[in-house]
Write a protein that binds this ligand. Structure first.
Ligand SMILES: *[C@@H]1O[C@H](CO)[C@@H](O)[C@H](O)[C@H]1NC(C)=O
Ligand SMILES: *[C@@H]1O[C@H](CO)[C@@H](O)[C@H](O)[C@H]1NC(C)=O
Ligand SMILES: *[C@@H]1O[C@H](CO)[C@@H](O)[C@H](O)[C@H]1NC(C)=O
Ligand SMILES: *[C@@H]1O[C@H](CO)[C@@H](O)[C@H](O)[C@H]1NC(C)=O
Length: 572
């Protein structure tokens, strides 16, 4: 009886494959080659070793000590999806590990795509959620642990610190990309001569890693999706220190209950959401922050119309409804290019005027001091921070010297590689990696005359993802990494097939560009009804246009349905 049932399951399974019905049990049959022996020849050739408990499936996914986030395939199993993914962890060196999620061979063979996903900040460990959400859609996905597992900065100050820091900067990625390609081929055994494409997706440090890897080894990727890349490492850390110094000097800290940052943000949105050129849409999203900045710069800090209603009293006594003259000065200073205090040359990028809400964490001098202290102690090896101009110069110089050693900084010239297609994006409201710096990277790479590069600025989008879950519910999901950051969000990602098409999903757009030659000129960014049930429904969508064009609303601003209708927007 039982064996008859099993036979029937196999027959149905076979039919399921033919009719491409999503039968979960069917898909498990793809796991036949999820065994050590499949990979051992490649491992022998490249060195390293398969980690204990690996390869694994959702049924026996290991939980290495300190790595709760590993249980992704198991979580997916309980959702009834993803059961045909083979997980593999390889210790490339004693400290560098890579992981691969290998989807069902039948499905993988349709497109033969390998994807590498990046990491974040200085954090170690592989990016399993980002791996999973793409393995679910038939990419074989690799992520490295960047040479360490820790999430705080202490890893950078061990005995072998030079090795660990260079591993984080570029070496873990370079020693994993080529090995991963061979492991993927060992699993699927594509026919001789068949084309296997290699893609990359990362944001922030992840964006930097992709660009940097193409410098280290220009044949690594055929296409990349790069979000808000922290490419300018030499400036990024001094800029953060300087922000804390500005905060202290101009009283920009959000003292409990004063809501200063919300007030500054509200003022910007009140002035700019409805009045500037190209943004007559009342949606609490500033669509043209360049014009908004021009308006603020054009207005006197002391008496200008843009500050009306926020004047503190003659003694500039701060309270919960006003903004002092000093606070206005500090705010405007954050937006300016950061100049070397000694010779007034460029030292780092200022921030977009709408980034004030996202910037808040760096204006909190308590938390940023801790981060600064750790960075200078563990990476630079001394205690320098931007608490005066003199120390500021020292920190700039020390950070450049440090980078000469670890070689993390990435350059826009890489994106001119004519064998590479890249979509670069940033949220304009990014308060961590300046969107002005991302725009500069785009210009350094040839700007809109670079046929291999498409650049998108998403109005109102914070850094890589929206951890504040802001009430504006900005449409910014374009399929970048972090699509699985929120509880439940990978359910919508897996469920809604339309959203994985090239119109909505920038990674698919990159892949189609590489494979079919169609350069994307528009993407449709999505916002979701957050936390509503187990499936997050689409709440609204809006096109975003590749630079130099901008999305402009062509409908009736009094009708919400028109504002949320993608067809009422044009690229101009
Ligand atoms: C990067 O990795 C490749 C192997 O994929 C290797 O040939 C090359 O030497 C590495 N580059 C450096 C700078 O180590
Ligand atoms: C700057 O202010 C002047 C005078 O108030 C005005 O004529 C001009 O249009 C303003 N420019 C911008 C960009 O707001
Ligand atoms: C804050 O100061 C402004 C200007 O002096 C004043 O008009 C306002 O009433 C004050 N608000 C509070 C809550 O004290
Ligand atoms: C799936 O995506 C499409 C395209 O964005 C959208 O129109 C549709 O409403 C989505 N379905 C759900 C359930 O959110």
């Amino acid at each position: 009886m039982t064996s008859l049932l099993v036979r029937w399951v196999y027959v149905l399974a076979f039919l399921g494959q033919v009719l491409s019905m999503p039968t979960i049990e069917t898909r498990q049959t793809g796991l036949d080659r999820c065994k050590d022996v499949t990979f051992s020849d490649v491992i022998k050739k490249f060195g390293g070793q398969i980690a204990t408990g690996s390869p694994y499936t959702w049924q026996n996914e290991p939980t290495p000590v300190g790595l709760d986030k590993t249980k992704v395939l198991n979580v997916a199993g309980s959702l009834g999806v993803g059961r045909d993914i083979c997980g593999l962890r390889v210790n490339v060196t004693p400290n560098i590990a890579l992981e691969l999620y290998l989807p069902n061979p039948t499905k993988w063979n349709a497109n033969k795509r390998i994807l590498t996903v990046g990491n974040g900040a200085f954090m170690g460990g592989t990016s399993r959620y980002d791996m999973f959400s793409r393995a679910m859609h038939d990419y074989a996905v690799m992520s490295t642990n960047t040479g360490h597992e820790e999430w705080d900065l202490s890893w950078a100050n061990k005995e072998n610190q030079d090795t660990l820091q260079a591993d984080w900067a570029w070496r873990a990625m370079n020693s994993s990309v080529g090995l991963a390609k061979e492991l993927v081929k060992a699993y699927y055994q594509p026919a001789a001569g068949s084309v296997v494409r290699s893609y990359y997706s990362g944001c922030s440090t992840g964006g930097r890693q992709g660009i940097r890897q193409m410098e280290v080894n220009p044949s690594s990727f055929d296409g990349m999706l790069i979000g808000a890349p922290a490419w300018n490492v030499r400036s990024a850390m001094p800029v953060l220190s300087r922000i804390a110094w500005i905060s202290r000097t101009y009283d920009l800290e959000d003292r409990a209950g004063t809501d200063l940052h919300q007030r500054l943000y509200k003022n910007v949105v009140d002035r700019c959401d409805t009045t500037t050129k190209g943004d007559n849409v009342p949606d609490r999203i500033v669509s043209n922050s360049d014009d908004c900045l021009a308006m603020f710069k054009n207005s006197s800090i002391e008496t200008g119309a843009v500050w009306k209603g926020y004047d503190c009293d003659a003694n500039q006594t701060p309270n919960t409804t006003c903004i002092t003259l000093d606070q206005r000065r500090g705010f405007m200073l954050l937006l300016d290019t950061f100049l070397n205090p000694s010779d007034k040359t460029y030292a780092g990028d200022g921030f977009d005027i709408t980034s004030i809400k996202d910037l808040a964490v760096f204006l909190d001098t308590g938390s940023i001091d801790g981060f600064n202290d750790e960075f200078s102690k563990y990476f630079i090896g001394k205690q320098t921070k931007w608490d005066s101009d003199e120390n500021g110069i020292t920190l700039l110089k020390d950070t450049i010297d440090w980078d000469k050693k670890v070689r993390a900084n990435a350059q826009g010239a890489t994106l001119k590689n004519d064998k590479l297609r890249t979509i670069l994006y940033t949220g304009t409201a990014d308060g961590t990696v300046s969107s002005i710096g991302t725009r500069r990277l785009f210009q350094d790479a040839g700007g809109s005359s670079n046929a291999n590069l498409a650049y998108f600025e998403l109005p109102g989008m914070p850094h890589c993802t929206d951890t504040t879950l802001g009430a504006e519910n900005v449409p910014w999901y374009i399929g970048g990494v972090n699509i699985a950051s929120f509880d439940g969000s990978y359910k919508w990602w897996m469920d809604n097939k339309t959203l994985q098409g090239p119109a909505y999903d920038a990674l698919t757009a990159v892949a189609e560009w590489v494979e079919k030659g169609t350069k994307p000129s528009t993407l449709i960014a999505t916002a979701f009804q957050r936390g509503t049930g187990s499936r997050w429904a689409v709440s609204r969508q809006r096109p975003v246009c590749a630079s130099p064009l901008k999305q402009v609303f062509n409908g009736d601003v009094t009708k919400q349905a028109e504002i949320d209708d993608v067809n009422k927007w044009v690229c101009k």
